[in-house]
Design a protein around this ligand. Structure first.
Ligand SMILES: [Zn+2]
Length: 398
């Protein structure tokens, strides 16, 4: 499939060091971005779908690096069907599993947690709810897993590991397991802050330093934060990525954003939602956290977008997250919402308004064009200008 977007007002790349692309058109072929340049230079006859962006803004499709998936497009935690498809209408084109811990009756023995991760990974290999790519199969680290288990899992395609829900006496006991998971090539993630399981202890900076994972999951608290003094320790005495979650502590999210900028370590800041949880299902969670960091925390808007896209892609080694030739063709077209005081998406975010999602393209395929189910209407009329595909892309059928 060959898809083109023309008449873009702004292209945000997802790379905070080089945040804007020149040109106003993007061409996608076979699921990859193949060209970025001026609309006038693009041949307009040759596409399966041609989208007229009417001056709106393109950003990489958002990557939510903390989603509690299970199987299918269903969350037992909030007893809701279709939540992942709903997140696509909030601009999210990739979800990374925070482990399949919400599967009812989930196993805790070594064979069980291994089987669960492998099954989840395989179940989402071809299944894309609403067009979203789900990176599933994050092994829940439990006592009894040994070095050979992590090697075995890696060989079966598992590349995510999660510490924080296991039946260990203290968080320090995770350290060898995290090391084995890393040695097997996995991206390791550790729950941070107060415990989310009654009776288990909180995980604070000293524990994280002992484990040294790739990512401090919800560093701002999930949902309860560690002591303020611990944030400087994590920023200055480790190199792990610091994930800020919508369903966490907003004050400490702003604190982390400030500390990371002061330390010139912005690559380490990641945005995610940590949903569905007790906080609910949050289809616009990524957009809210971007908006909070910018409007309350003074973060440059293109940096906040990078923390939700390219930074996540780098840490999780994905080929998405950037609007750049050769990257996955995952793009959100956003704009200021109708009826607000701003005239474009980036000014709307600076103003504290969430942007309107006017179109989503993932894997090079338009998923909807014109209007999101979950945001207000965009000011600009983003539309399908021509199509050879028998589908209207309105997304209104649900
Ligand atoms: Zn979580």
């Amino acid at each position: 499939m060959k898809t083109a977007i023309v008449n873009l007002g702004t292209i945000v790349t997802g790379d905070w060091r080089d945040a804007y692309a020149s040109g106003d058109a993007i061409i996608m072929e076979q699921g990859k971005i193949s060209w970025i340049g001026a609309s006038a230079a693009a041949t307009i006859s040759d596409y399966d779908v041609l989208i007229d962006a009417a001056g709106a803004t393109a950003i990489p499709g958002l990557i939510d690096s903390h989603v509690h998936i299970t199987f299918g497009d269903y969350t037992p935690r909030q007893k809701t069907v279709g939540f992942l498809e709903s997140y696509v209408h909030g601009g999210v084109t990739s979800a990374i599993s925070a482990s399949e811990v919400h599967v009812p009756g989930r196993p805790a023995d070594p064979e069980g947690v291994k089987a669960l991760a492998v099954a989840a990974q395989k179940c989402f290999e071809q299944f894309r709810p609403g067009g979203m790519r789900v990176h599933a199969g994050s092994v829940i680290i439990e006592p009894g897993l040994n070095e050979a288990d992590f090697k075995d899992l890696a060989q079966k395609g598992i590349w995510l590991a999660k510490a924080g829900f296991g039946a260990f006496a203290t968080p320090f006991e995770y350290a060898p397991h995290v090391k084995w998971a890393k040695a097997a090539g996995m991206v390791t993630n550790v729950h941070t802050g107060g415990s989310s399981i009654p009776g288990s202890s909180g995980i604070w900076a000293k524990h994280l330093l002992a484990m040294n994972p790739d990512v401090s999951f919800h560093a701002n608290g999930g949902p309860v934060a560690m002591p303020d003094a611990d944030f400087g320790v994590l920023v200055n005495e480790s190199s792990m990525a610091l994930q800020i979650c919508t369903a966490g502590n907003l004050r400490t999210a702003l604190l982390i954003s400030k500390l990371v900028q002061q330390a010139d370590q912005f690559d380490r800041l990641l945005i995610a939602t940590d949903t569905p949880t007790g906080s609910g299902i949050m289809p616009l969670g990524m957009l809210y956290t971007i908006t909070h960091l910018v409007s309350l925390g003074g973060l440059p808007v293109e940096w906040a977008i990078a923390a939700a896209t390219g930074n996540n892609a780098r840490v999780y080694r994905l080929n998405s997250g950037f609007i750049r030739v050769g990257k996955d063709a995952d793009i959100a077209i956003i704009d200021a919402c109708d009826g607000g005081s701003q005239t474009n998406a980036l000014d709307a975010i600076r103003n504290g308004d969430i942007p309107a999602v006017a179109a989503i393209i993932s894997d090079g395929i338009p998923r909807f064009v014109g209007r999101s189910r979950n945001t207000p209407l965009a000011i600009k009329k983003v539309r399908v200008a021509s199509s050879r595909v028998v589908q209207d892309f309105s997304g209104a059928s649900h």
